[in-house]
Every structure is written in structure tokens, then in C-alpha cells.
Design a protein around this ligand. Structure first.
Ligand SMILES: NC(=O)c1ccc[n+]([C@@H]2O[C@H](COP(=O)([O-])OP(=O)(O)OC[C@H]3O[C@@H](n4cnc5c(N)ncnc54)[C@H](O)[C@@H]3O)[C@@H](O)[C@H]2O)c1
Length: 344
């Protein structure tokens, strides 16, 4: 029998989850909930979802769900997830990135999930892409020696295409380029170095009339002199690139967070830009790996189903997400105080 899925938040990103539910055979999308009746109605019609709700409690009381996907604004992730976990009725929660607004919120979510035996996974979908599985294998094989530095950029020119009412400009909804795009880079740098930063330095760029930072420059100071230099932005042209520098070579990841989705406001016009890895060795040997287009939302949902089938832990553990939030907390504190922030 298919896993019954309920989705909370019927906006732009939920459409990618809806399409994934349609393609992942082990799942069936049976309910949608949105504060906006119009949004829920439109979504239900578009994806043929049999039941729709505007109150989460009602959905949880009436439905018998296996998986809940939380795709509401970041400011409500913790509230929604905690209510879903505390209902004691679901087996897994897939919550969009960033998992919460603060590490403290994330701790509460983990406690609620643990108390009710719920599998909680953050939706950093890129981690399920073969490109990322391969890059980690290459690093772990020692081919570029020991990782000493990560340099990454994730910019998406929101200022050119997004409506001023977009949640990304709204601090009360969880907007801002650190929450939205730097979170990816921080996650990736921690994953690839397999280390936690000890100290964070960050600068934010603000413009008049916008409450959130449009860009951020972040330096993560890891143990043993390892560093990550990260740039996230809503102002620069579209750029996704990451370099990993080891003691015997380096790797460039092109399009590390590729998203060939069918978004309403999507500014990316080209389909099928290949995700690529370049591996350069000290002796000037170079290898290039290209990865054909995959749908990360499908891979992510398929992985969650596999975890439910087998009892295996999720690729992204809640503790990993918590440590990401601790780093994001420190980034915001450093931006606010103009000082480096030490992490415990
Ligand atoms: N993984 C990705 O590639 C990706 C891409 C875009 C957005 N996201 C994430 O998806 C989430 C939603 O972003 P979006 O762009 O779809 O936003 P959106 O504004 O298009 O849609 C959000 C929807 O959630 C509803 N909502 C808000 N709070 C709610 C609540 N408490 N209960 C029920 N419904 C509620 C709103 O009414 C709205 O319809 C964010 O967390 C964002 O970070 C992820």
C-alpha cells in the first residue's frame, strides 16, 4: 500500500513536492492544508488531491497520514512540525529548508519528533543528487588529499524578478538570503569537511526599505585551520558554484544546487544544464563528471520512503540540521554585532 501524504503549505514550492508525489509510486497525495482557502483549493484541483483543509488540527484529526510535507514559510516550520509530530499520528515529516528559524526551535522539533517516534528530515534536496553522493565519495577516497578549504557561491537575482510581496523579502516569514540560500552553502561546507565551525564571521548587505539582508559574505573557521568562504545573494546574477581545495588537488562543483523545476516565477529558462564535477590533481590530471538531469524532489521523497520501508536513518539527520541552525544563528549574530561569533 502506498504511503499517504499530506502537504502543509500550497504555494510555489509545494508544486514540486506535488509533482514528486505523482511520480514516486510508493506515495499518494491525499490531503492539502493551507491557511488560504483559495491556495488550498487551487492546489487540490491542480494535483487532484481529494481533501483540503485550512486548519492543520482538522487535517491531523481527520486524516490517517504516513508522511507530512511541510512547505510553509520558514517562520512557521517549527510550529507546524511540532503540531504534526505531537499528533502522534504520522511516521515521517519532510520539512523544507531551513528546518527552522533558530537552533532553539529546531531542538523543540527534534524533541517532539523523538517523543513520538517520527522520522524528521530537512528538505535540502541537493544531498540526494548523484553529483553530491559522488563528490563525497571522491573526497572520502583521499584523491584530493585532506580538505583544507571550501569556497561557495549561491546567488539568485531575486531583485530582478520577484514581486515585492514575496516572502523572501519578509523577515516575519523567514525571508533573507542567509536563511534562503546561505543555508545550502553552510550545509554543504559542513558536510564536505565533516567538521563543525568553531567561529563565524559574517557581513550582511541591506538596502533601504527591505527588512532582510540581500547578500551575505560568510567565513567559517573550522578546526585545524580549515575554512569556508561563502557568498549568498539576491542581488548578484545567477551563480551556483563550489570549490573544494585539498592538500593534493581540488574539485569544482558546477550547479551544486541545481533546480530544474517548473516554477511559476522561475527565471531560469534553459532546461537540462548538466550538473558537473571537475576534479583536478596536483600532477595536472583532470577528470570531468557530468550528471544528467534528475528531479531532486523525487529522489528526496523516494529516499524518505526507503527509510520508512527499511528503518534506515535518513541521509540528513536532525542533529545535522540542528548544527546547521546553530551556524546560521551565529551568522546572524555576527552580521548584527559586526563581530566574530564563537560556537561551542
Ligand atoms: N527546496 C527548494 O528547492 C525550495 C525552493 C523554494 C522554496 N522552498 C521552501 O519552501 C517553503 C515555502 O516556500 P514557497 O516559495 O512555496 O512560498 P509560497 O509563498 O509560494 O507558499 C507558502 C504557502 O504556505 C502557506 N502558509 C504559510 N503559513 C502557513 C501555515 N502556518 N499553515 C498553513 N499554510 C501556511 C501560505 O498561505 C502559502 O500559500 C519555504 O520554507 C522555502 O524555504 C524550498
Amino acid at each position: 500500500m502506498a504511503y499517504r501524504v499530506g502537504i502543509v503549505g500550497a504555494g510555489e514550492n509545494a508544486r514540486d513536492h506535488g509533482r514528486a508525489c505523482g511520480r514516486v509510486k510508493q506515495t499518494e497525495l491525499v490531503a492539502v492544508c493551507d491557511l488560504s482557502e483559495a491556495a488550498a483549493q487551487r492546489y487540490a484541483r491542480e494535483f487532484g488531491v481529494p481533501r483540503r483543509y485550512t486548519k492543520l488540527e482538522e487535517m491531523l484529526a481527520r486524516e490517517d497520514l504516513d508522511i507530512v510535507i511541510v512547505s510553509v514559510w520558514g517562520a512557521y516550520h517549527a510550529q507546524v512540525c511540532t503540531a504534526v509530530a505531537n499528533s502522534g499520528k504520522v511516521r515521517a515529516i519532510l520539512v523544507e529548508k531551513p528546518i527552522s528559524l533558530t537552533a532553539a526551535e529546531c531542538e523543540q522539533m527534534i524533541a517532539a519528533a523523538r517523543a513520538h517516534g517520527v522520522l524528521l528530515m530537512e528538505g535540502y534536496k541537493f544531498r540526494h543528487h548523484p553529483q553530491h553522493i559522488r563528490v563525497k565519495e571522491i573526497i572520502d577516497s583521499g584523491r584530493i588529499g585532506q580538505v583544507r578549504a571550501v569556497r561557495g557561491t549561491f546567488s539568485s537575482p531575486l531583485v530582478r524578478y520577484a514581486h515585492p510581496g514575496n516572502w523572501r523579502y519578509d523577515s516575519k516569514k523567514g525571508g533573507g538570503s542567509v536563511f534562503d540560500t546561505a543555508g545550502y552553502l553552510i550545509h554543504l561546507a559542513r558536510h564536505l569537511t565533516a567538521m563543525e565551525p568553531r567561529r563565524v564571521y559574517a557581513l550582511g548587505n541591506y538596502v533601504d526599505g527591505v527588512a532582510v539582508e540581500l547578500s551575505a559574505a560568510i567565513l567559517l573557521d573550522f578546526p585545524q585551520g580549515v575554512t569556508a568562504q561563502l557568498l549568498s545573494s539576491y542581488e548578484y546574477g545567477y551563480c551556483q558554484s563550489t570549490e573544494i581545495l585539498g592538500t593534493r588537488g581540488w574539485i569544482r562543483i558546477d550547479l551544486p544546487f541545481d533546480q530544474r523545476s517548473v516554477r511559476e516565477v522561475e527565471f531560469v529558462e534553459k532546461e537540462e544544464l548538466p550538473a558537473t564535477l571537475h576534479v583536478f590533481r596536483d600532477n595536472f590530471d583532470a577528470e570531468v563528471y557530468q550528471f544528467s538531469s534528475v528531479n531532486e524532489f523525487e529522489l528526496q521523497l523516494g529516499h524518505l520512503c526507503h527509510c520508512l520501508d527499511t528503518g534506515e536513518p535518513a541521509r540528513i539527520s536532525p542533529e545535522f540540521s540542528l548544527a546547521n541552525m546553530r551556524t546560521i544563528d551565529a551568522v546572524y549574530e555576527s552580521i548584527r554585532t559586526h563581530r566574530p561569533v564563537d560556537l561551542p
